[in-house]
Design a protein around this ligand. Sequence first.
Ligand SMILES: [Zn+2]
Length: 299
Amino acid sequence: MPTYQGNTTTAMTTQNFPFSLALVSIISLVALNFRPIEPIVPILGFHGILDTKSNKTLSPLPPEEMHYSKQELEKLLESLIINNYWFLSTEDLYNFKLTKSQKIPAEYRGKKPIMLTFDDGYKSVHTKLLPILSKLEIKYGRKVKIVLFINPSRLAQKAISSKTHLSCQEIREGLQKGFYDIQSHGLNHKDLTKLSRRELVHELLKSRSILRRCTQDLDPEQKVASHFAYPYGAYNKQVELYVSRYYLSGYLYNDETLNYTCKHNAYEIPRLIVNYTKSPKQIIKMVENLAPISNEACQ
Ligand SMILES: [Zn+2]
């Protein structure tokens, strides 16, 4: 039932309507022209995955303290899918956000961008997370892309299979299925700021060549190992300079977010630290609360 309104009010509202519409349009145009707003891209930094179903009360101890619960991660991913998130690859971030060399395809416009990264090449990503990604793809028809920053020193020893870290074959499997974005985290996970130039170049080049050799036939455009995450997030001007010679961008591990509206150094991409202490609800709240940014915020 419509509520009663006096004749005078109705008449005024009708008369003022075109004016109000014009005013709103002008304000919107001004806002669009002078304050372009872009959503912040939260980049979440995970490590390995723990199955917490068997013992929920057990607090993971080092080195597992950096890992995340499989059950909680499934809840988080499902929630991100339902809330219209777009899971960026390192190439997406580079083309659409950092360099803006390509326009965002229509299918992603209006979606909320996020990037999920997993460091150190833990086997649990493959054994515990990949089945969840396949399950969610069947359920929602959405492919959740995850970025793996890998230290490939272990991949070189093909004969010895590791119980804790990914093999070349496993990397290939996730890449072939379209879930993995395989990138470099240095050859041996060394603090690059403490190396000689020769050792530094070796860490950067050898990791790239091993990862590309492993995925050669599946990656004709050599997108694998084009981006780099500094081990321990440790970098300085020399490290940054050498990384920039062999990689398109460099990722930190500093619990910060990036303002993509402003000009930004592609070799200092911040990431948010995620471990088992943060629940899916807290993570969703954290990423939803990142306010859109305008040019005015640039320094
Ligand atoms: Zn690492």
